[in-house]
Ligand binder design. Structure first.
Ligand SMILES: [Ca+2]
Ligand SMILES: [Ca+2]
Length: 343
């Protein structure tokens, strides 16, 4: 150790600074390789077209407007990168409740206004896999790209996981208790089972970097079953995020109740601070999805208005297979069209 100390003493601050810059500058090149890149139109962060941002100063048009979705190879991880139209808002230090909880206490990953869901079809078999999306999305993945793996990027990953487990548990209990009475050990066992079943299906990244307009989420290849492939199908969905899972029930006093909406900002017909506005009246299945990627041959408007509340039929989201998209160099529109391109 003495040798190291002696060496350090001889390094001048300027030289050390230069060395650090060189190391930092060199780091991205090492072990970093693009697997694919998809682009999405600018200015389509309005769902099927009519949605307006919540009436609050910290969310503005462009904030949830996804422009690029990229997968990179980094050792044992696939890093999924998402580039938005505006700089990603950082959680602030202002108190958000009566007991002095700060936004940055809850959202510790450098972002707080949105969630990103990634549903991945790894086997390419139609009707093989899951169709259900996370709670509160009010949409399903199309059977052609039924998914094997989901990556749920949220400002509070642990809280979202717990809330999804509770939603699943409640669903099970409601169904089962209609038919029979449930014993306490049975309930306990089911809770544990739900938690274990979720592990191979849904990954909640905690290693996240936010730099300007870009968010990088690190996902272990061990979870994906190998590094991400351009031949897999991807559904990418942006929603507004809520930091609290409890909400006050208007007109029913100060009690709050747990929401089962997967911590997503809902859509209301009017305009609101805690919801997207411009929603349709009496359409319980209108999805609160703000920006999605769509494959060629369809539009975001078409996909997100393809639900039928009367017949209880939710919107179906198609997957995109990056390898199927025409060679990027030929695309002159730079992804400005309705369909994504790859570069
Ligand atoms: Ca977009
Ligand atoms: Ca889009």
């Amino acid at each position: 150790m003495a040798g190291v100390g002696a060496y350090n003493r001889r390094v001048r601050p300027v030289a050390l600074g230069l060395l650090l810059i060189l190391l930092v500058g060199a780091a991205p090149a090492a072990g970093r390789e693009r697997i694919f890149r998809l682009t999405d139109p600018f200015g389509d962060d309005r769902g099927a077209g009519s949605l307006r941002y919540p009436r609050r100063s910290d969310m503005n048009p462009g904030d949830l407007d996804l422009l690029e979705f990229t997968a990179e190879r980094r050792g044992d991880f696939t890093v999924f990168q998402f580039v938005f139209a505006r700089n990603i808002r950082k959680p602030g230090r202002e108190a958000i409740d009566g007991i002095g909880t700060m936004q940055s206490d809850l959202a510790r990953r450098g972002f707080y206004t949105f969630n990103i869901d990634l549903y991945i079809d790894t086997d390419g078999e139609p009707n093989s896999g899951e169709l259900a999306m996370l709670p509160g999305r009010k949409a399903v993945v199309s059977a052609k790209h039924a998914w094997e793996k989901t990556v749920a990027i949220a400002p509070r990953p642990h809280t979202l996981r717990a809330s999804i487990e509770r939603a699943k548990f409640r669903e099970w209990r409601e169904e089962e208790s209609e038919r029979r009475s449930l014993s306490r050990p049975e309930i306990k066992q089911r809770r544990r089972q739900i938690s274990e079943e979720l592990i191979p299906l849904v990954y909640f990244p905690t290693r996240i970097n936010v730099i300007g307009r870009r968010l990088d989420a690190w996902v272990p290849n061990a979870f994906l079953g190998g590094e991400a492939q351009p031949t897999w199908g991807y559904v990418v969905v942006i929603t507004g995020a809520r930091l609290e899972q409890r909400f006050r029930v208007p007109f029913f006093g100060p009690w709050s109740q747990e929401s089962l909406d997967g911590m997503v900002l809902p859509v209301f017909p009017g305009s609101d601070e805690q919801a997207f506005g411009g929603g349709l009246e009496d359409e319980p299945l209108q999805p609160p999805l703000i920006d999605i990627l769509v494959p060629e041959g369809t539009t975001q408007r078409e996909v997100l208005s393809g639900f039928d509340s009367r017949r209880s039929r939710p919107a179906q989201l198609p997957g995109i297979v990056p390898a199927d998209i025409a060679a990027p160099a030929e695309r002159a529109d730079g992804g400005e069209g309705e369909s994504p391109g790859s570069r």
